[in-house]
Write a protein that binds this ligand. Structure first.
Ligand code: AMP
Length: 425
């Protein structure tokens, strides 16, 4: 199937061709005709499936002058896209711009953490598609700087994330402010009871579309683990960089502090790096992401929260410098690569006190991760092959070498590690 088979206007086809895309992804094949026909949509689709274009393109088509049975009201926004994070707001709005560049439809992102006045000015000038995080949108509502009475289409993007982040009350408030007659599209990577009940509350006879099962890591991502001592991780990472000549790598750390320290270290070693985390100003984050996309930075060192909603075309490598505490975060992390058909690679550097996390991840994704041996960095206390554990008094290596007791304080962590070590070989 080609994009031209979907009945899209030439202006949109031209913008798609500019991106070099020829074939619509499965979610696009299903969502585009349904949305154009005016139906509500309930879509189970993760980031990386092409879902953003799946709703952006048909919405642009509906808004384009002359193609649209819907009446244009003043200059109040006609489409509202609600997203959980500012990064996602920026990225979705960027997609609207990309696909809409020949359409005459305009858009603006609205999110907290930045001055409200430029947003007020933009809304006053007139915005067709408003992409907003719920909190800041309600600020505008309260200040009466936005008029939602002309909304014809509502999109909830990453609905599960929004609920996870506690936005349910804000969403319900916003729903009350919208005209009753409107088209609704809901996108979610997972379908908990909460998401279902939200969907039931406002979708009318929706077409259900599913393109990825829950917690299925992108199939194209090759995943592996390198076991290494904690204090050798930096060196190993530098070794991997020099060995592979990587040029676009997203590295995950567990803490903001860790992200800063690692980015500094990489930068010093001649690998252009920046840290991306919640303490960075919005300006710094946007700049870092732009530099990374433009190839000025070789690597971004990010925390899980900061990386939510990151959309980087053809990101080839994700490195888990530290495993996340929450197994689901691993799936989100590796979902940053191997997107929309390109192959990706995710490598996790795992030290002894992260074995429990590794086991949790393997349980969640339903398979063991392949182990790559880097002989120069083989961990000193790696039980290989399984041997009777040396029980020296006070011989627990983790205490002094671990950075902080808090990160290792899980009871039972030490006991399982020999068994798990042997299982992974
Ligand atoms: P999304 O799932 O919306 O986050 O999109 C994932 C990535 O796929 C984005 O970087 C898009 O630019 C890209 N993409 C979207 N549609 C297509 C397509 N039809 N062919 C190739 N890449 C696409």
């Amino acid at each position: 199937m080609l994009f031209s088979d979907l009945g899209l206007q030439p202006e949109l086809l031209r913008a798609i061709a500019d991106q070099g895309y020829t074939e619509p992804t499965p979610i696009q094949q299903q969502a585009i005709p349904a949305v154009i026909s005016g139906r509500d949509l309930l879509a189970c689709a993760q980031t990386g499936t092409g879902k953003t274009a799946g709703f952006t393109l048909p919405i642009l088509q509906l808004l384009m002058p002359g193609t649209n049975p819907l009446r244009r009201v003043a200059r109040a926004p006609r489409v509202l896209v609600l997203v959980p994070t500012r990064e996602l707001a920026l990225q979705v709005e960027d997609s609207v711009r990309t696909y809409g560049k020949y359409s005459g439809v305009n858009s603006f992102p609205v999110f907290g953490g930045v001055g409200i006045n430029p947003q007020i000015a933009a809304i006053r000038r007139g915005v067709d598609i408003l992409v907003a995080t719920p909190g800041r949108l309600l600020d505008h509502v309260q200040q009466r700087t936005v008029d939602l009475s002309a909304i014809e289409i509502l999109v909830l993007d990453e609905a599960d994330r929004m609920l996870d982040m506690g936005f349910i009350r804000d969403i319900r408030k916003i729903l009350q402010l919208l005209p009753e007659r409107r088209q609704n599209l809901l996108f979610s990577a997972t379908f908990s009871d909460e998401v279902r009940s939200l969907a039931k509350g406002f979708l009318r006879d929706p077409l259900s579309v599913e393109v990825a099962r829950r917690n299925t890591p992108a199939e194209l991502v090759s995943q592996s683990v390198i076991h290494v001592d904690r204090d050798k991780k930096k060196e190993l990472l530098l070794h991997l960089f020099s060995q592979h000549g990587w040029h676009q790598v997203l590295v995950f750390t567990r803490t903001k502090h860790g992200a800063d320290a690692l980015a500094r270290k990489l930068d010093k070693a001649g690998i252009a790096a920046a840290a991306l985390h919640g303490d960075k100003s919005q300006g710094a984050r946007t700049r870092a992401l732009a530099d990374f996309k433009a190839g000025k930075l070789v690597t971004l060192v990010a925390t899980d929260i900061a990386a939510r909603g990151l959309d980087i075309d053809q990101l080839p490598h994700v490195i888990n410098y530290e495993l996340p505490n929450i197994a689901e975060d691993y799936v989100h992390r590796i979902g940053r690569t191997g997107r929309a058909g390109s192959a990706g690679e995710a490598i996790s550097l795992v030290c002894a006190d992260e074995r429990d996390n590794l086991r949790g991840i393997e349980k969640l994704i339903g398979k063991s991760l392949a182990v790559t041996l880097v002989p120069e960095f083989a961990p000193s206390a790696h039980p290989q092959p399984p041997v009777t554990p040396p029980r020296k008094p006070g011989g627990e290596r983790r205490g002094p070498s671990g950075p902080r007791p808090a990160s290792t304080g899980r009871p039972g962590g030490a006991h399982g590690k020999h068994r798990s070590g042997s299982r992974h070989h």
